[in-house]
Each structure stands twice: as C-alpha cells, then as structure tokens.
Design a protein around this ligand. Sequence first.
Ligand SMILES: Cc1cc2nc3c(=O)[nH]c(=O)nc-3n(C[C@H](O)[C@H](O)[C@H](O)COP(=O)(O)O)c2cc1C
Ligand SMILES: O=C(O)C(=O)c1ccccc1
Length: 331
Amino acid sequence: MGGNPVPIPTKNPDDRILCIEDLRKSALKKLPREVADFINCGSTDQITIHENTTAYNKYRVRSRVLIDVSKADTSTICFGQRSSFPLGCSPAGIQGLAHPDGELATARACAKKGVPMAISSFANYSIKDIRSAGLGVGPIKHAMQMYTLKNRELEEGIIREAERQGCTAIFLTADSPVLGVRYNEWRNDFRTPDGLGFPIYGWDTEKIRKQTHDDSFTNITDDSHNWARDIPWLRSVTNMEIWIKGVVTAEDTLMAIQLGCDGIIVSNHGGRQLDGVPATIDALPECVAAAQGRIRIHVDGGIRSGTDMFKAIALGAEYCWVGRPIFWGLS
Ligand SMILES: Cc1cc2nc3c(=O)[nH]c(=O)nc-3n(C[C@H](O)[C@H](O)[C@H](O)COP(=O)(O)O)c2cc1C
Ligand SMILES: O=C(O)C(=O)c1ccccc1
C-alpha cells in the first residue's frame, strides 16, 4: 500500500504530474479550445460545477492517531466484485475527443487498476469493443449508461446488447431530460469531430456532423421520461441492476427506493445540466439520511483527490466516480 506516486520524468519539474490539477493543466495545453471547453465547462453560470469541487474544502477530517496503518487496505466491493479502491470511471461520452483509443483505453486502465467503468451510450466504440478491451486486461465490471429514448426498440436493443456483453448494471441518467444550457458549446458551435461516431446508437460521423451537439442529444432522448413509466418498464425488460444517476434530494432517493431500484448515484452531471443545484458532497448527507440503508449510494462530481473520496465515504457514500479526470488522463 501507499508510497508516493512515481513522477513521470520530465525536463521541467513544473511539468511533473503529481495530482489531478497537474493533469488538468497538462490536458489544457494539448486539447483544442472547443474540445477543452466542452469537457471542462459547466452549464449557464458555472455555479454548480464550481461548487462541486470547492464544497469539499468546507469539510475537515477529524483524524485519529496511533492507529496501525501498516496493513491498510483501500479495497472495497462494487457490484459484488472486489475493487482495489472506491473509485470508478463515470459514464462520459465522446472520449475519442481526448485520445484516439477513447473508451478502449479507459477500459484497459480500469481493468489494470481493478475498478469498474460505466460505458456512456455516447461512447465512440461499441459495447462489445469496450468490454473486450477491459476483459483483455483483467476482470472488470461495466455499468451501461442509458437515457430514456424516444425509440423504445432502440433502447431495448442497447439493453440486450449490454446484457449479452455481460454488463452488470444500468445507470439511468435521470438529470438530462434535455441537454444543459452550455454557452461554450453554442459559442464554439461544438460538434463531435470528424471521424468519431456513436456506434451504440448506430450513428456514423456524417450523421453526427450535420447537427449541433444539442440537437444530436435532443433527437434521441425522450423529455417525457418519468419514474412511473420508465422504471417499471426497465424492470420488466432486464435483470441487470438499475441505478438512477443524477439524484440530489431526499425526495428522489425515496422514489428510487419505492420503485425498487438497486442504487442511486448522487450526481449533478458534473454541473453540466441544471445549474444552481447543490454540490454533490452537500446533497449526499440528505440522500443518505433518507435512504436509511435501504438503497446503495454512490457519488460523483468534483472528486479530485483521495481526501475528497475519504470525505464522500465518511458522509455516507459507498463508492466514488469521476468524469473529467478521464479526459485529462487520456489527453
Ligand atoms: C465530457 C463529458 C461527457 C459526459 N457524458 C456523459 C454521458 O454521456 N452520460 C452521463 O450520464 N454523464 C455524462 N457526463 C457526466 C459524468 O458521468 C459525471 O457525472 C461527471 O463528469 C462527474 O463530475 P466530474 O467531471 O467533476 O468528476 C459527462 C461528463 C463530461 C465531463
Ligand atoms: O455532455 C454531456 O454531459 C453528456 O451527457 C453527453 C451527451 C451526449 C454526448 C456526449 C456527452
């Protein structure tokens, strides 16, 4: 266990990557402006994205001393499988933006580290290729991220394929009836770059390039999504675990319990959806209190260090996930 990270040798000590902030800065130097903006920005006034990280600074660690840490073990269980430490890769679309191998590289890295990965339905590789890339390195559990789709046959087809490929859970992203208002994407006319497709939806690069990012999202997802219709439907078509991603309130925690979901991810989509919602670390305690142990609770948003993970777990999360650091690492 432990030891300091081995710095990647560089000529300039300032370029050494020792923490996630160093990784972010390094990525900023490499990515084109519109890509960096797409990844790094939040919605409208950037309030929630900002608070996701800064809210962690309000919490202090009541450290206990004279405890034997020589055999400390960071491992835990996620989706019934041992995980080397409590951090997985959140579902994040278009990872081909940051490296040609995109989600394949993320799957290999997760397998190497012994942590799970959630596959975005807007991945640039197929579920089969991503699963195979991870399993080629070691056992790894995958969650399949889904939106409620306008086309139910397409939605069911994706679920069947996720099952065939051995995915463990569905992460139903519930905070995105429509895409968040992101001025950067409009200003830059952000479009998925040439050569990248959305194979899970059967979309090739030509089809995607004809539309704005916003339109490609709106054309496929269903803004009439709701608890009463969609969760029982999901339950009726699959035995995979059902997790609701995007919960930030006690009320919705209780809805997820009532509808028999397996878990929630306390998430605000990294501040990319409705701006002004609470930082996830602030929302977590009310969700944990409402749940009273009746549903599993994971968290993402602004987690950038082991201390952040410690705080999230101390406040009741079982497991943590990260989004943007995937892109920074890939780039
Ligand atoms: C570039 C990018 C793409 C994302 N794509 C998806 C997606 O396809 N589906 C989804 O549920 N969440 C998506 N997310 C949100 C992440 O799953 C996650 O909730 C968020 O990034 C966590 O916050 P963090 O980036 O501060 O770690 C995306 C996030 C980013 C930054
Ligand atoms: O940008 C996002 O947050 C997101 O969820 C998404 C949706 C479609 C494609 C890529 C990312």
